[in-house]
Design a protein around this ligand. Sequence first.
Ligand SMILES: Nc1nc2c(c(=O)[nH]1)N[C@H]1C(S)=C(S)[C@@H](COP(=O)(O)O)O[C@H]1N2
Ligand SMILES: [Mo]
Length: 524
Amino acid sequence: MGTGADGEQATKTARLRTVAPRAAAGVLAAGTALGVGELAAAAVGDESSPFLAVGATTVDRSPAWAREFAITTFGTDDKAALFVGMTIVIVALAALAGVVERSRRPYGSVLLAALGAVGVYAATSRPGAGMSAALPTIVGVAAGIVVLRVLTVRSRARERGEADSATMSRRRFLALAGGVVVAASAAGAAGRHLASTAAGAVRNRMAFVVPAVAQRNRARPIPAGADLAETGAEPFVTSNDAFYRIDTALRVPRIGTDEWSLRIHGMVEREITLGWDELVAREPLERVITLTCVSNEVGGDLAGNATWIGYSIRDLLDEVGVLDDADMLLSTSVDGFTVGTPLSALRDGRDALLAVAMNGEPLPFEHGYPVRQVVPGLYGFVSATKWVVDWELTRFDRAQAYWTRRGWAEQAPVKTASRIEVPASFARVPSGEVLVAGSAWAQHRGIARVEVRVDDGPWQEATPATGYSIDTWRQWSWRWQATPGTHTLYARATDLDGLVQTEERAAPIPDGASGWHTRSVTVL
Ligand SMILES: Nc1nc2c(c(=O)[nH]1)N[C@H]1C(S)=C(S)[C@@H](COP(=O)(O)O)O[C@H]1N2
Ligand SMILES: [Mo]
């Protein structure tokens, strides 16, 4: 190759040399805006953070299929994926603002201000937000614009080769830029730290004493035969760390028992506001209950089983005197998320709880500290409100909850399901006897049997593990005489109502996935 290509290369490099600092100035300005915004949000209130407010608004405005796409693609990392996506968009626009500010001043600053306007709109439209929620974005963007101007003016002087005091050497530009990075990150980190320990909720949780449960209210001990974990299947009780987490909260609400109360109103004879002390003055119950998410795909892992301690929802409803024509409990969490639960399910005698402890510990913040609902038999989005602070007794023909407004069902009992857990997907196993094992659930109906099929052979009876209760999943195993080749294993459960798990495939929207779980295994 001749000098032509070298020349082209040299122009490219030169262009990059001039564009890169301009783009960097824009990105640093946006970083400053976000960092300062985060710090200011610690003073004004969590949801006023520009980044979080935009993220939360994106989540809330997403239709059902978008949530499903996010959960299917990223699983419980859906929030991280959203943040990465937002960061990419912001960095791109900020870099553009930096380049534009240099050549078409002040349109780069205008672009930053426009991004700020999106933040202001998002922050002020969060549930319960006032005009003050606009402040962190405004202060942050103002700081960002100052940084953009300073870095642009300086780099402009440098490019012109001016040698006066305003001129900045490459080294000084980098030093200034570095200073901005450090200051903006420090502001952001300080903001997040302040917000995460706000109101001492962390200390409050550390001091939380799990209520002592009277002998008659204890959960029945879990028989050893209920747990097939030694086969490689999921443990019967899911640890708090391993328990799936699904919610719309981009920042986990952190409220202490001292800030918690439950307002009960609407179609009741007596409206009350229940304080923490009044809640824990009641008799606590301990129950083992399996939760599942409507977004769980056939064979998916959005299900978990825990020992909960909590207070009877039915007793509380009886106390406030629910009017006869009410049929829905509309519960609201501290972040504005709502759930509509049929009163029939809460009053038919099942163990519907206002739970305060999970596997012997105070609820983890992610799972609803200090109080969340747990209702056997219903998918989480119609029953399991975390950080619950408000109950309105109402009717399905008057009120709509969060996910119902976005295309999900109003009524959502858990569908009968079974899952193959061992062998692993696409496992290679030696021929001969191979243990197949998994779980099945049909909460509040209970699992009667599980059958397994190899390829298009006959259904064969699996051995159910010792059952615990109709509200918990049940494990199962089956000894397979495996012959060489690639085989597909199928599982299907039958619940105690006699309903056989349907082969008909349904997507999670609107009321839960269905179909048989299959697994391909190569036998050597
Ligand atoms: N406040 C609040 N509660 C919520 C949700 C939410 O988004 N916000 N999601 C619900 C859904 S869809 C499910 S499946 C369960 C999950 O509970 P977990 O995260 O403790 O497993 O919480 C329910 N409670
Ligand atoms: Mo869910």
